[in-house]
Write a protein that binds this ligand. Structure first.
Ligand code: LLP
Length: 399
């Protein structure tokens, strides 16, 4: 398995300080190859869901691998363009956005998936048949690691519910809208590949209503292992089942398949290194408080997500149970009752799976500074974002 060694991580912590996010370019490439190998010889395009990690240097790696990019805001699209993606390689899958942002996306010439009847009508009025567009649909399928990251179920805000297909058809007819694709994204951390097959079946019921389709977009959501012994989405099985389902698709023209993986490409490529500030023995737990919190890595607190934590400063230390917590004024438990090699103040604790939705969901809560980011390629670590300084907290404040 492609991974960074404890020695490399220690040396990065020494060189750049902590807390620091570290990304491993070769691991991202390895994940991308697994996808392209599995879908070899099929008409499939991968759009990296950049919301997982938008550092422009990472986007450049993604571009160099040959992937496309999926964006969830106009700013992500602008970052992608800065990284060198051409408009035809950029997809903007919107939700709940102001129509002005869609106009801006159209001015850039990028692909757009629209997720409301309201914006579809505005789009039709403004562009008619002149700008091909995709529809984000809600397939009413429950899937994903937990409810917060499930997006395709029948109570979800995402997409136009498939049962509103008649309303969609009316608008398409009224304004002669060029519908080029149908999109669904049912959630994140989907292990069961049959969820994608179910999604295809839902879309196959809908496609005959549209005349000019070029692609079906099945979104992202492939699961990666977080805990020891955890399994990931079987990409080969997924490819086999998707290819099989498409082999006799009912559409009059060939259809391309699009995917939007985020976590799958970058989660395991990321490491978050922190330093232990304080050890506190109590009657219920030994707390190890690190120089970070949910202002840097919110997944454990927000989703009860597991991130494996390794003490790289004392790998031979006796295993003990710890509550790993942070340094801000909230209950910020990263892990409770977790077995870790003996921790001393000053030790470096590394959080695994920190590439996706780590730095990206960070904030300046408690007026703390955002960490630095480092990219390792060919074993050479390069700083790709400086850590915040106090001046960053003042920027935009009227003093
Ligand atoms: N496409 C669309 C339209 C999406 O909304 C998302 C994720 C993706 C693709 C990529 O999903 P992925 O392959 O990364 O699972 N912050 C949460 C995950 C929320 C994902 C939101 N949408 C987490 O840390 O688990």
């Amino acid at each position: 398995m492609t991974q960074l060694s404890a020695e490399q991580l220690k040396s990065i912590a020494h060189q750049f300080g902590t807390p620091v996010y570290v990304y491993h370019a070769e691991k991202i490439q390895e994940q991308y190859k697994k996808l392209t190998n599995a879908f070899e010889a099929s008409d499939v395009q991968f759009f990296y869901a950049s919301k997982a990690l938008t550092n422009i240097n990472v986007l450049k790696e993604i571009l160099a691998m040959g992937a496309n990019v999926d964006c969830s805001s106009i700013n992500e699209a602008k970052l992608a363009m800065l990284a060198g993606f051409t408009p035809s390689k950029i997809l903007y899958t919107s939700n709940g956005i102001n129509f002005e942002e869609i106009e801006e996306a159209a001015a850039l010439g990028i692909h757009i998936n629209i997720d409301s009847l309201s914006n579809l009508e505005k789009f039709g009025k403004k562009f008619g048949h002149s700008y091909p567009v995709g529809l984000r649909l809600r397939p009413n399928i429950m899937a994903g690691g937990n409810l917060k990251i499930s997006t395709g179920h029948s109570n979800s805000k995402f997409g136009i519910p498939v049962n509103q297909v008649n309303e969609i058809k009316e608008l398409v007819k009224k304004y002669n809208i060029f519908i080029q694709g149908l999109h669904i994204h049912t959630g994140s951390e989907i292990k069961d590949v049959d969820v994608f097959v179910k999604g295809i079946e839902v879309l196959f019921d809908i496609i005959p209503h549209f005349d000019e389709l070029k692609f079906i977009d099945l979104g992202g959501g492939f699961k990666v292992p977080y805990q020891p012994g955890d399994s990931e989405t079987d990409i080969n099985l997924l490819a086999q089942k998707v290819k099989q389902a498409f082999s006799n698709h009912p559409y009059k023209n060939p259809l391309q398949i699009w995917f939007e993986p985020g976590k799958y490409l970058v989660s395991e490529a990321g490491y978050f290194i922190t330093t232990v500030n304080v050890l506190k023995e109590t009657n219920t737990a030994t707390f190890a408080a690190v120089n970070s919190s949910f202002n840097h890595l919110i997944r454990p607190m927000f989703y009860d997500a597991w991130h494996t934590i390794i003490n790289i400063s004392n790998p031979e230390g006796k295993e003990k149970k710890y509550a790993v917590v942070g340094n801000i004024c909230e209950t910020d438990t990263f892990a409770w009752d977790r077995t870790i090699n003996e921790i001393r103040e000053g030790d470096l604790l590394v959080f695994l799976n920190a590439g996706a939705y780590g730095f990206e969901m960070s904030s300046n809560f408690n007026s703390r500074l955002k960490p630095a980011e480092v990219l390792v390629k060919n074993n050479a670590p390069v700083l790709i974002r400086q850590r915040d300084t106090f001046e960053d907290l003042l920027r935009n404040q009227m003093i």
